[in-house]
Design a protein around this ligand. Structure first.
Ligand code: NAD
Length: 294
């Protein structure tokens, strides 16, 4: 049993913390929202008065927060108070630069750290099947792996500090671009009088095959479990897709990478969100391309 501090018990953090409790760990939790603390308490998390109290006895600290500024502010507060040899795991999706700064704060206090963003959404967080993309030293990763296991379907060590966040935003840039590509193909097929099923049957076994088509098909019918069959309820909300595409474009700008399709995808998702679709599944972009509400 390990004592784990869990800071950020929102839609993702709460089910992740619950899986750590189920695995037999003592989880000391903190969140700014009292209603999230109530849910965590029901899952067996020991609720603490603030982040500093949560980390006091912890051997491992996990953060699951909205953005880089939240992670850096929490790290500045807790790193000086953490026990020696404490491992910091940040599973939030944040910009690569902030992730590297977070590693530097931990390092300054002699603490091990990894960035370990996830994919798999709230369904994966509840089922304990998230994919973790980890960045950090071999030592830090070796200590983190058994802690991540009860929450994970797959854990990949991507490289040094920040590499997990880099992998996450590159993957999600592919996802945003490919969803728009698949949606455009269905819109064109409809105009050409081709049925959704016929396009699916051909493309899903041909060179057009990709996850956005075969798992997350943006039209109802061919893949019964995709959000298109459920009124485009998320799933993966368009607001989160826009967040990740913006992070990819910030990273492209600061590193000098040329990503014109990533930039276009970010623009299209910004327009889709601005039309009141931030809470819809990101595959609902097909309705935006048709000129209809999601
Ligand atoms: P959320 O908004 O539901 O949860 C974030 C929580 O952090 C909130 O409960 C908030 O009160 C808390 N918080 C903010 N500042 C805090 C502070 N200083 N101290 C303590 N608590 C604080 O968001 P979420 O959906 O759980 O996502 C968390 C992270 O995971 C984000 O970075 C998101 O991009 C990423 N992510 C989300 C999904 C998803 O499907 N929801 C999937 C993959 C990755």
């Amino acid at each position: 049993m390990t004592t784990i501090a869990f800071i950020g018990l929102g839609n993702m953090g709460n089910p992740m913390a619950a899986n750590l409790v189920k695995a037999g760990h003592a989880v000391h939790g903190f969140d700014l929202m009292p209603e999230n603390l109530t849910i965590a308490k029901d899952h067996g998390v020991v609720i603490m008065a603030n982040a500093i109290a949560a980390v006091r006895d912890a051997d491992v600290i996990i953060t699951m927060l909205p953005a880089g500024k939240h992670v850096l502010s929490v790290y500045e507060d807790i790193a000086p108070k953490a026990k020696k040899r404490t491992l910091f795991i940040d599973s939030s999706t944040i910009d690569v630069e902030s992730a590297r700064k977070a590693h530097a704060i931990a390092g300054k206090h002699g603490l091990l750290s990894i960035d370990a963003p996830v994919s798999g959404g709230t369904v994966g967080a509840t089922a304990g099947t998230l994919t973790f993309m980890a960045g950090g030293s071999k030592d830090a990763f070796a200590r983190a792996e058994p802690i991540l296991k009860p929450m994970a379907g797959r854990i990949v060590h991507c490289g040094d500090g920040g590499a997990g966040q880099a992998a996450k935003i590159c993957n999600n840039m592919i996802l945003g671009i490919s969803m728009i590509g698949v949606a455009e193909a269905f819109v064109l097929a409809e105009k050409l009088g081709l049925s959704n099923q016929a396009l699916f049957d051909v493309a899903s076994t041909s060179s057009g095959q990709c996850w956005s088509l075969t798992t997350y098909c943006p039209v109802p019918g061919p893949v019964p479990t995709s959000p298109a069959n459920n009124g485009y309820r998320p799933g993966f909300a368009a607001a989160l897709m826009l967040k990740d595409l913006k992070l990819s474009q910030e990273a492209a700008q600061s590193s000098g990478a040329v990503t014109p399709l990533g930039a276009e995808a970010a623009q299209l998702y910004a327009l889709f969100n601005a039309q009141g679709n931030a809470g819809a599944d990101f595959s609902g972009i097909i309705n935006f391309l048709r000129g209809a509400p999601a």
